[in-house]
Ligand binder design. Structure first.
Ligand code: GRG
Length: 324
């Protein structure tokens, strides 16, 4: 596999404005067709998610859960989980309940993140946010219900996996979402809002916890289900930590360069909320270089797997080159 970095230099002079066409594009010389792979995996996950929640009494809570869970999105977290499971010799079937649970957890974090008490957003995945449609109390409860259901789902729906591995997956999910993960990152993010002197170290803490922890849990849990060795779990962990930070650097860049329509959520929110971001601290060019370095590090961790790692390699490229 050969990868050439192609910067779009002719697009640079633009009165200082940076647009998506100026972002680095990475030409990937490989037979792996990431577009078809993503489309096929996304369809599989959408179907499993659709089947995961039935509407029963009290209907409004199940409707609110389904509203956000089935609102689209790239489905990167479940796709990463399935990919690491397959790379480790497992099947899609053993990982699909965990993959769905990861999307339930991600969705609940988006619902809560959008609440007036947090980021106060009206728009997510191209639709009204949950609290705008169902009200704040139901949105909070829909998030809570999705979170607890995610754990129930892994425990009750995972088949043909040893109980101790299921337990390990549940423990890794719990750690990823709690104070040592998403919640911790969100706390520091909220505390840093409006502060002009947020250090790169603090920003790194926010991103590695708010975003990186769950991405790491995705890759690790897929591998645990397939009985990956400790050495390989550590490789996956380092791969995921690198793509997790790169993911968020790209998110910060897109908040400036992409439109609300492209993002499916309000663009320019970071500046409006006076949030510390990578482009804000390092500048746009250094942020892009940093994202590229992290991408290279992530892929280096997978070289030992050879061709089998193509999906996870291509997913890392996709995360860096995405436009939303
Ligand atoms: C997890 C218990 C618990 C509480 C939540 C609100 C909160 C605590 C944490 C915030 C987590 C958060 C929203 C992080 C941002 C992650 C991120 C980059 C989201 C966007 O992910 P994409 O681009 O979105 O994959 P799609 O819509 O494609 O899935």
């Amino acid at each position: 596999m050969r990868i050439d970095k192609v910067y779009n230099h002719d697009a640079m002079p633009n009165n200082g404005l940076i647009t998506n066409s100026m972002l680095p594009q990475f030409k990937i010389d490989t037979k792996f067709d990431i577009s078809s792979y993503l489309a096929e995996r996304k369809a599989l996950i959408e179907k499993a998610l659709d089947n995961s929640i039935r509407i029963v009494y009290p209907e409004n809570i199940y409707e609110a859960m389904r509203y956000s869970l089935l609102a689209g999105g790239k489905r990167l977290r479940p796709i990463l989980c399935l990919a690491s499971c397959e790379l480790s010799g497992g099947t899609i079937e053993i990982a699909i309940p965990t993959a769905c649970a990861l999307e339930m957890i991600h969705t609940m974090s988006l619902i809560h993140d959008d609440l007036p008490a947090m980021d106060n957003d009206d728009y997510r995945r191209g639709k009204w946010t949950n609290h705008k449609v169902y009200g704040e109390s139901i949105a909070i409860l829909a998030g809570d219900a999705l979170l607890s259901y995610a754990f129930e789902f892994v425990a009750t729906q995972t088949k043909n996996v040893l109980p101790q591995q299921i337990l390990q997956v549940i423990a890794s999910l719990g750690r990823a979402v709690g104070a040592a993960g998403l919640v911790g990152g969100q706390v520091v993010d909220l505390a840093s809002e409006g502060m002009s002197d947020v250090s790169e170290e603090t920003l790194r803490f926010i991103h590695t916890h708010k975003t990186g922890s769950l991405l790491e849990a995705c890759v690790i849990s897929g591998a645990i289900l397939a009985s990956a060795s400790q050495a390989n779990l550590q490789r996956f962990s380092r791969y995921a930590q690198n793509i997790g930070l790169a993911f968020q650097i790209v998110d910060d860049i897109l908040d400036i360069t992409a439109t609300t329509e492209e993002l499916g959520k309000t663009a320019g929110k970071d500046i409006e909320a006076k949030k510390a971001t990578y482009p804000g601290i390092l500048g746009m060019e250094k942020s892009r270089i940093q994202a590229q370095r992290l991408l290279d590090n992530a892929k280096a961790e997978l070289e030992v797997f050879g061709e089998k790692a193509l999906p996870l390699m291509a997913l890392a490229d996709f995360i860096i080159n995405r436009s939303n």
